[in-house]
Structure formats: C-alpha cells, structure tokens
Write a protein that binds this ligand. Structure first.
Ligand code: HEC
Ligand code: HEC
Length: 269
C-alpha cells in the first residue's frame, strides 16, 4: 500500500517546512482565480439587486424606475414579501406561462423583462451570474425540492382568499390617498420616498404585480413600508385602484435582444 503522502502530495511539507498547499493557492491566486471570488460575486449580486436601475452593469436592461429590492424587500431577505430566502431550492421548476422547465437564471431574466420593464440581459453575463449567485447564497445548506407546479420557492406570496372580482376601486382610491399617496404620490409616479406604482416608469402589464390578485397578495405582506397592516379587503380594493391606471404594455418581442445577444460564453478560451 502506498504511503499516505502519495495520495496527498499537496500537503507534504517542503524543505523549508512551509505548507505546499498554501503556496499552491498563492500561485493559483496569481493565475486569476483567487479564493474569495465566490464571496465577491455574492456581494456584487447583492449590490445589483439593490441598485438595478442605476448600476452600470444592469441599468441598460432596466426600463422602470425600480430595483429588484423595490419588490423583493430588504434585498430579498424579508421573510415574506417576495422573499429570496430558500428560493434556489425550488429550481429548475415547471413554468406554465413559458410551457417549459426553467432555471433560476431564466426566472431572474423574466423579472428584468416584465417587473423591471426592461430588456432580457444575455444569459451567462456577469450581472446575471452575480444575481443568481447572490440569490443561491440565500439558500445555502437548504435541501433542494424542485417545484413541479410553478416557478416559486417555499416562501412564495400566498394567493388571496377573497374573490378578486369583488374588488372596489372607489374604496381603494380613498385608502390609497390616505395610506400610500405620501410616498408614491397621488398621481402614482412616485416620490423620493417611494417608487412609481403606475405610469411610464412603473412595471409593465407582463409583471405579476400588474394582476389585481397578485398585487393585493403582495401588498398585504409588504405595504405600507415598515408597517404592513392592510387587511385582505383593503389590499384588494387598493390593488384594484392601482391597476386601473395606465402602465407600459408588454409585447415580448420588444423585450428580447437580437438572437446573437441572448447568451454569452463566459469562461476562458
Ligand atoms: C415590480 C416588482 C418586482 C420587481 C421590480 C422584481 N420582481 Fe421578481 N418577482 C416579483 C413578484 C411579485 C414575484 C412572485 C413572488 C411570489 O409569488 O412569491 C417575483 C418572483 C421572482 C423570482 C422567483 C421567486 C420564487 O419564489 O421562486 C425571482 C428569482 C425574482 N423574482 C427575481 C427578481 C430579480 C433578480 C429582480 C431584479 C432584476 C426582480 N425579481 C425584480 C416582483 C418583482
Ligand atoms: C413610508 C413610505 C411608503 C408608504 C406609506 C407606502 N410605500 Fe410602497 N414602497 C415604498 C418604498 C420605499 C418601496 C420600495 C422598497 C425599497 O426600495 O426598499 C415601496 C414599494 C412599493 C411597491 C413595489 C414597487 C413599485 O413601486 O411598484 C408597490 C406596488 C407599493 N410600494 C405600493 C404601495 C401601496 C399601495 C401603499 C399603500 C397601502 C404603499 N406602497 C405605502 C414606500 C412606501
């Protein structure tokens, strides 16, 4: 039987007594693969989730005055308001809308096109890899349970109990003025204290939140910011009022880049 050192040559001490594997990692760092690159990528992803509309790596793909964190509160670490916690455990997942199984990366790209009213960034590009790495880091250590019903993680926003056709937009208007207007403006275009909720700089009609039931379900968990206390009835009425206003249409061809920009090979050649 060979000596253990034949299996583990890297940990043999050299003549000077220093650890060879440590020297090897320093050489690897010099070759452009430093340890800690993964942590740096997680951090870049977090920054992009926070500054999506203004950061130089993502702003060209965002049409709305919104960042991912505008809806995925606290950079997705809010436990219930469209949380990113545990989300990566559910992918790849079946997506009825797309009629196919999608990856977590696809799901991120869909939110760029719809919720951010933007252009689909190239698959494999630096900002997308960073965002997926960040979101995945929020599932570290959690068991995988791919979702065969819909592209949602285990903390998805629960659907409404009330029938959405019972929504009363007139009652919603009064509530909106009283509880939302200070931050989002009574004309819906936003203020320094809150992003637009309708109009040209809002999410488009392809976004989940453009549907009265999905908006109401999210509002109940998320708004007013820092004091989310709406009843389901109030959320539904406000959602009906908010969705009664104009917002950008969604025609998918206008959100896809030319075919040659749909993806990139991002490794060394
Ligand atoms: C206008 C609001 C809005 C914006 C902006 C937005 N999203 Fe979303 N996103 C949603 C909603 C609503 C859902 C569905 C959440 C649910 O049902 O739990 C969702 C779902 C997702 C999911 C799937 C979550 C799951 O449970 O599987 C991912 C991943 C995601 N978004 C990533 C992003 C990223 C990355 C950005 C920024 C590039 C972004 N989103 C911007 C509203 C938004
Ligand atoms: C104290 C200010 C404040 C109040 C009051 C408030 N919001 Fe918000 N709202 C925000 C902020 C800020 C964000 C973005 C979250 C972030 O970036 O952390 C947001 C995000 C949103 C979003 C998702 C992003 C977008 O703009 O489409 C919607 C929809 C929304 N709020 C609707 C409402 C509604 C409806 C009410 C009233 C029930 C309300 N908000 C009350 C500050 C507020």
């Amino acid at each position: 039987m060979p000596a253990e050192s034949d299996f583990w040559p890297a940990v043999r001490r050299n003549a000077a007594g220093s650890c060879v594997i440590c020297l090897m990692s320093i050489v690897a760092a010099g070759a452009g693969e430093p340890p800690g690159k993964l942590a740096e990528t997680v951090e870049l992803g977090r920054v992009l989730v926070e500054q999506t509309a203004t950061h130089p790596l993502t702003r060209q793909y965002v049409g709305a005055a919104l960042n991912c964190t505008s809806c995925h509160l606290d950079n997705g670490t809010h436990p219930t308001a469209a949380s990113f916690l545990d989300v990566a455990t559910a992918y790849p997942a079946w997506a009825g809308r797309e009629g196919r199984v999608i990856t977590l990366e696809d799901r991120v790209l869909n939110c760029f096109m719809r919720s951010c009213n933007g252009i689909r960034p190239p698959q494999g590009s630096q900002p997308v890899v960073a965002i997926v790495t960040y979101i995945t880091s929020l599932s570290e250590g959690r068991p995988i349970k791919m979702n065969d019903a819909s592209p949602h993680g285990p903390r998805r926003v629960p659907p409404l109990v009330l029938d959405p056709t019972t929504a009363d937009a007139a009652a919603g208007e009064k509530l909106y003025v009283a509880k939302c207007g200070d931050c989002h403006a009574t004309d819906g275009n936003g203020t320094a204290d809150g992003p637009p909720v309708w109009g040209p700089r809002s999410f488009n009609r392809g976004a989940g939140l453009s549907h009265v039931d999905q908006l109401a379900a999210w509002l109940k968990l998320a708004m007013p910011l820092d004091a989310a206390d709406l009843t389901e009835r109030e959320s539904l009425d406000i959602a009906a009022y908010v969705t009664s206003h104009p917002r950008p249409d969604f025609v998918i061809e206008e959100h896809l880049p030319p075919a040659e920009e749909m993806g990139v090979y991002n490794g060394k050649r």
